[in-house]
Design a protein around this ligand. Structure first.
Ligand code: SF4
Ligand code: SF4
Length: 94
């Protein structure tokens, strides 16, 4: 039940799973990405390289840490959409 340990650790974070993705990944951009920085960086391991050079992304267990978004900024594959109704986590970008 590794999912529960995430829930425990992130117990102050309000999940809003199953509504709409707050992160979308343009996997066409990922195909030409050389860093694949998101793969080891995501603490929830949600970015999975595929054999054909693509990236699979599963947002449902994302806890919105923002790491992938920060790392991927130059590549531009990730679009961040804040969840509706005050859910989720607010990041302050400086
Ligand atoms: S760092 Fe960005 S462009 Fe590269 S594989 Fe990850 S999400 Fe795709
Ligand atoms: S925001 Fe954090 S948990 Fe969500 S996909 Fe990006 S790195 Fe993973």
């Amino acid at each position: 039940m590794h999912e529960m340990s995430f829930a425990d650790r992130m117990s102050t974070v309000e999940f809003d799973v199953g509504d709409r993705p707050h992160i979308t990944v343009d996997t066409e951009v990922c195909r030409s990405c050389t860093t694949r920085a998101c793969v080891p960086a995501c603490p929830a391991k949600l970015f999975v390289p595929t054999d054909d050079g693509g990236i699979l992304f599963n947002y449902e267990q994302c806890f919105e840490c923002g790491t992938c978004y920060q790392l991927c900024n130059s590549a531009g594959a990730i679009t961040w959409t804040y969840p509706d109704g005050g859910h989720g986590v607010v990041f302050r970008k400086g």
